[in-house]
Design a protein around this ligand. Sequence first.
Ligand SMILES: [Zn+2]
Length: 162
Amino acid sequence: MEMSLPFSRPWPAGKTAVAELKDRPESSFPLARRYADKMIAHAREEAPNECCGILAGPANEGRVEKLYHGINAEKSPVRYNIDPQQLLSIHEETEAKGWAILGIYHSHTHTEAFPSATDVRLAFWPDSTYLIISLKEQGEPVIRAFSIRDGRIEEKQVVIGE
Ligand SMILES: [Zn+2]
């Protein structure tokens, strides 16, 4: 089925994309500093390819308890796909613990931390949060979070805590 997407071409970096979003995101995604650090380290290890992974924790609390380093089955600098076998075993483990997959992260090694058209097209988890780590500015990695539902992108504020 062809879906109509508001974002059918790659975004020019920065302005245009951000202008579409609310200035102050209404919802937030709490993330302990140690997980943010791990995500950035993972992105750097895999560069120039994209890294990917899962953040999981108790479903009702929305607190990340575990980070799973994903295997990017695409081994690509422009796209990611968590190895399906690995995703299945992560899913089984989180189910067994009564956890939810709270976040799905991947990196953009040369572009902004904003979902690409492909990211939107392949966003199959409407209840999860998509986190993107950008290494575009080498010294200043950026992590942003989004919910992607029916082709609509909504930013969540990443709240770094202890
Ligand atoms: Zn992406």
